[in-house]
Design a protein around this ligand. Structure first.
Ligand code: NAD
Length: 372
């Protein structure tokens, strides 16, 4: 996809910034999608993109997704994302991430970064040396540490809401959950499910993660990667890659609920309608996996575990609200989630028309957007 303003207009982006520093090999793109609700927060991804077009397409798509995720989660944040073009095994250096941090600092808080694919806490720490607009920093610097347990908690709250809707009872006790992927989030989710009395059937393709599950939760049943779609279960929980609900798998599912951590679980939007037609309840992926985002979002106010958990608990009610919109408007759940996000942004955009002057700093390290 070549760059065009028509594309930005149609997707709704406010700003796209290309960063170039040949001294350290930095080639990056920051996309700020929508800052109606607050500064754009979204992780940085490092990937050996085949070309600039591919990188641009990725960052535009991902940044728009962050706007919806923050909006539906009730956060006062906008959507943004960044991609660094390069091979994470070869091209990483302190200089690259510090140079990147200086560019972020120059945006004066319009974009706040964090970890995404192939970016570690150490990389963010280098970035943080040059800018305060970075979260997901080390705990020693007031950061929130590993997001996976918090993401898993949010997915679990979504599951409780799904069970309330389908079975009239939020408890997972005695329910069978088919878990696809027991990596960082999937394993944390398995631990919560096990403590809650659920039966777990799981799969993975990584030997180490399979072994870890067998050691820590021996009562969980292992099946092959391709068999997970066929097992009898109450809930199918995709916690590996996206697009696991597709033409090939959808007819095989024997569950009543799809509820997992993976991003973009529906290969195409129409699969949301198809799940509805098949009587399978789909929990909105970008809401129920927002626990990690909620967790980093409070770093500016001073992170603490119980505050983070209380915030993540709201996923239960919001998920139920989205199910209600889906029922009332007879639209699939994925559309209902978009509707809730868009309504919130539209209504807040309306109240932000008048000039406020400098009303001070709501968060340390973050300048008020209205300050001139
Ligand atoms: P991860 O890489 O730690 O775990 C993914 C696991 O899936 C790995 O164990 C991998 O071996 C397994 N896997 C890959 N392909 C598979 C297949 N075909 N069948 C079975 N298993 C397979 O990643 P993660 O951080 O646990 O994230 C899992 C998903 O949740 C991703 O889609 C991610 O985008 C999403 N997510 C993660 C977070 C977070 O806090 N880490 C937040 C939001 C969303």
């Amino acid at each position: 996809m070549a760059f065009s303003f028509e594309k930005l207009y149609s997707m709704g982006h406010e700003e796209v910034i290309f960063l170039s520093d040949p001294s350290c090999g930095l080639k990056a793109i920051i996309a700020i999608h929508d800052t109606t609700l607050g500064p754009a927060l979204g992780g940085t991804r490092m990937w050996p993109y085949a070309n600039e077009e591919e990188a641009l397409e990725d960052v535009l798509r991902l940044s728009k997704g962050m706007t919806y995720k923050a909006a539906v989660s009730g956060l006062n944040l906008g959507g943004g994302k960044a991609v660094i073009i390069g091979d994470p095994k070869i091209d990483k250096s302190e200089a690259l991430f510090r140079s990147y941090g200086r560019y972020i600092e120059s945006l004066n808080g319009r974009y706040i970064t964090a970890e995404d694919v192939n970016i570690t806490v150490e990389d963010i720490e280098h970035t943080y040396t040059e800018t305060s607009f970075a979260v997901g920093v080390a705990k020693i610097h007031g950061g929130s540490g590993n997001p996976a347990p918090y993401t898993a908690l949010g997915v679990f709250r979504g599951m409780e809401a799904s069970c309330t809707k389908v079975f009239g009872d939020r408890s997972l006790r005695g329910k069978t959950v088919a878990l696809q992927g027991v990596g960082s989030v999937g394993f944390e989710l398995a631990k919560i499910l096990d403590r809650s009395g659920a039966n777990i059937i799981f799969t993975d393709i990584g030997e180490r993660n399979i072994e870890r599950m067998k050691e820590e939760i021996p009562q969980a049943k292992f099946v092959g990667a391709n068999d997970i779609f066929d097992v009898d279960c109450d809930i199918y929980a995709p916690c590996a890659l996206g697009a696991s609900i597709n033409d090939e798998t959808i007819g095989r599912l024997k569950c009543k609920i799809v509820n997992g951590a993976a991003n973009n679980q529906l290969k195409e939007d129409r699969h949301g309608q198809e799940l509805k037609d098949r009587g399978i309840l789909y929990a909105p992926d970008y809401l129920i996996n927002a626990g990690g985002l909620m967790n980093v979002s409070i770093e500016f106010e001073g992170w603490n575990d119980s505050k983070s958990r209380r915030m993540i608990d709201t996923i239960y009610d919001t998920t139920l609200k989205i199910f209600s919109i889906s029922d009332e408007e007879n639209i699939p759940v994925n559309k209902a989630a978009d509707t809730l996000a868009e309504r919130r942004i539209r209504s807040i955009r309306k109240i932000s028309k008048s000039y406020l002057g400098n009303v001070g700093h709501r968060f340390p390290g973050r300048k008020n957007r209205h300050a001139q």
